[in-house]
Design a protein around this ligand. Sequence first.
Ligand code: G3P
Length: 213
Amino acid sequence: MKLFLDTANQAEVEAAVKMGVISGVTTNPSLVAKEGGDYIERVKYFCELVGGPISVEVMAADTEGMLAEARELAALHENIVIKLPITAESLAAIKQLKAEGIKTNATLCFSANQAILAARAGASYVSPFVGRLNDVGMDGMGLIAEIKAIFDNYDIDTEIIVASVRSPRQVTDAAMIGADIATIPFKTLEQMVSHPQTDLGIAKFESDWAKRK
Ligand code: G3P
């Protein structure tokens, strides 16, 4: 399973790239709004720095508006992936963007049927939101398992991005199910790195080393 970083923060992307473990970045309007500065320049910088897919969301609600925004964003860099919330309007846009060779990420996916529709429209990626499903008492990871089984049944090549990840355990669960990608906040990445026994082990090695004869 590949790991993407779910952020619009430059320092976080730089730190994760330095670690050498992420192959893409996903942003959304809420994440972009939290950051200052020129977001278009930052997105172009991420494209170069990460060298992999960078998802950027369109804000229009109608197909034509989505297409206009998508074409403008896609022209910025070959690594740009256009993120569209799944609606009847966006499915039409996804189909057209595929015909134009522009990659898409169908986001705000909360059901297997939405994932089937996104795949059939030709989305490159679909992003089911695990944490937000759990927030309303539903089984987020169960949805990932359903979509994975359906895509396997029909050799669908749309990649599953497990999104709205809130804990390291969810990353393990997503990998066990066989999801293609988990997009994770920087905090979750930090939590994945650490283990108390690793810290204790390092401290013991250091103190033993200091006492060497
Ligand atoms: O990848 C989607 C993500 O940005 C949403 O996460 O925690 O706001 O549900 P969250």
